[in-house]
Design a protein around this ligand. Structure first.
Ligand code: PFF
Length: 446
């Protein structure tokens, strides 16, 4: 066991804000709308919401529980709760690997936010500018690997700086201001967006079910987005849970985190799609969707410059709190398992992620590969094994104690079924189906 004294959140509320801050990020505002757009809208959305409820929430409770019960990092947790040579610790290694992969490309997109914040400050998104100028700004940025690497580097320095400072000081203070501010600006943007001509088309795209668009890929993408958005399946939430005190309840905290994360993603959807349809943008435009639609909308607002500064400032801050939680997974692992000094670990692995990420500035294919590897493979696999461990290996009394005496007491049985059976079977099926393995194994077309 680590002999260093472990920091704790000051309260359960502190945990909720920090964990929600880690969960809410580019995944909600950048990734969610473009994945929804690529997968045809409403059918994706329904699958996503069902997965959040029956997969995301139960696995999140399980993951936080593992952290709280073990008070360790994602590898140490399995040693502590099983035995020092436990094969389950592979889950932790996979999580650390996923953190490296995600942080590497995440930081590149966060770098785009820095450029857009900069442009916002210089008035490029104020009234009187044309939507073509936005496309040009985005095109120039993504066409310049050097510029992107530069911003990617700046973002990484910011992330390392905060992790360097330690858990409570670094994380908690940010999220207390960030979350409410982000909610307010998104609600304001939604009001604007819904008042645009063509907004109805956007709403129809999101809300009118069209199940002909359902496919194995839509479901795999929805599952990947569910884990990515909730930071699940890689030990990030386990690490947050490990800073919980005995008296802090896990179940309602997890429910709050899920509610906030989903609310912010949905809000982002209701901001983006009415604009997409009013401004005639292709919903399946891919990773650039948010960056080319929103600034064009800001240009139509009377206070466009201020709103755009607020939006990109907050988006950058949200990206930062998520990046911190990614680097925290890596750092906590090397500090706890190898007794590496915290400062050294955060700098060293920040540099490693920077180097892995630079490739994204040069190749979209490499970027897509890293994202797909992490979101659609590493995270679901991690979540699969986490639910198996929590469901079948962890003493049920430990989990039961978290439900008993709370308003969630009656849900314990349902939760246990979810982590024992529903989650593992669902993940395995979606996974086998989408990768074509299902068809190979059982000789059916998918
Ligand atoms: N959940 C974050 C987002 O939605 O932006 C991304 C993320 C952070 C994924 C931390 C995984 C993680 F461990």
């Amino acid at each position: 066991m680590s002999t260093e004294p472990r920091g704790h959140w000051k309260s359960r509320f502190g945990f909720i804000l920090a964990a929600a801050g880690g969960a809410v990020g580019l995944g909600n505002i950048w990734r969610f709308p473009y994945i929804v757009g690529e997968n045809g809208g409403s059918a994706f959305l329904i699958v996503y919401l069902l997965l959040i409820l029956f997969l995301g929430l139960p696995v999140l409770i399980g993951e936080v529980l593992l952290g709280k019960a073990s008070q360790r990092d994602p590898v140490g947790a399995f040693k502590e709760l099983d035995h020092p040579k436990s094969p389950w610790q592979t889950i932790g290694f996979m999580g650390v690997l996923a953190a490296f992969v995600i942080l590497s490309f995440y930081s590149v997109v966060a770098g785009w936010c820095i450029e857009f914040l900069w442009k916002a400050v210089s008035g490029a998104f104020g009234p009187g500018n044309s939507p073509d100028s936005v496309k040009q700004i985005f095109g120039e940025l993504t066409g310049s690997p050097v510029l992107q690497s530069w911003y990617h580097g700046i973002f990484m320095v910011m992330t390392v700086g905060i992790v360097f400072a330690g858990v409570q000081k670094g994380l908690q203070r940010w999220c207390e201001i960030l979350m409410p501010a982000l909610l307010i600006i998104l609600v304001l943007l939604m009001v604007f967006s819904l008042s645009q001509k063509g907004a109805g088309e956007g709403l129809k795209f999101l809300l009118k079910p069209d199940f002909s668009k359902l496919s194995p890929k839509v479901i795999l993408d929805a599952m990947g987005q569910c884990f990515f958005s909730l930071s699940l399946g890689m030990g990030a939430m386990l690490t947050y849970g490990s800073y919980l005190r005995k008296e802090d309840g896990v179940v309602s905290a997890a429910a709050w985190v899920v509610a906030m994360d989903t609310a912010i993603a949905l809000l982002a959807g209701f901001v983006i799609f009415p604009i997409v349809f009013s401004f005639n943008v292709e919903p399946g435009a891919g990773p650039g969707l948010v960056f080319v639609t929103l600034p064009a909308a800001f240009q139509q607002m009377p206070a466009g410059t201020i709103v755009s500064i607020g939006f990109f400032g907050l988006l950058l801050a949200a990206a930062l709190t998520s990046a911190i939680s990614l680097l925290e997974v890596i750092t906590a692992y090397f500090v706890d398992e190898f007794k590496m000094p915290r400062h050294m670990a955060s700098i060293m692995f920040g540099v490693v992620c920077f180097l892995i990420g630079v490739g994204c500035a040069y190749s979209d294919k490499y970027f897509g590969f890293l994202d797909n590897l992490a979101s659609n493979y590493l995270l679901p696999l991690g979540a699969l094994f986490i639910s198996l461990f929590v469901g079948w290996k962890l003493k049920p009394e430990i989990a039961k104690a978290e439900f008993e005496g709370t308003v969630y007491a009656r849900l314990f049985g349902i939760w246990l079924i979810c982590v024992r059976v529903v989650a593992p079977v669902l993940i395995a099926l979606v996974f086998l189906n989408a990768t074509g393995l299902f068809a190979k194994l059982f000789g059916e077309g998918s």
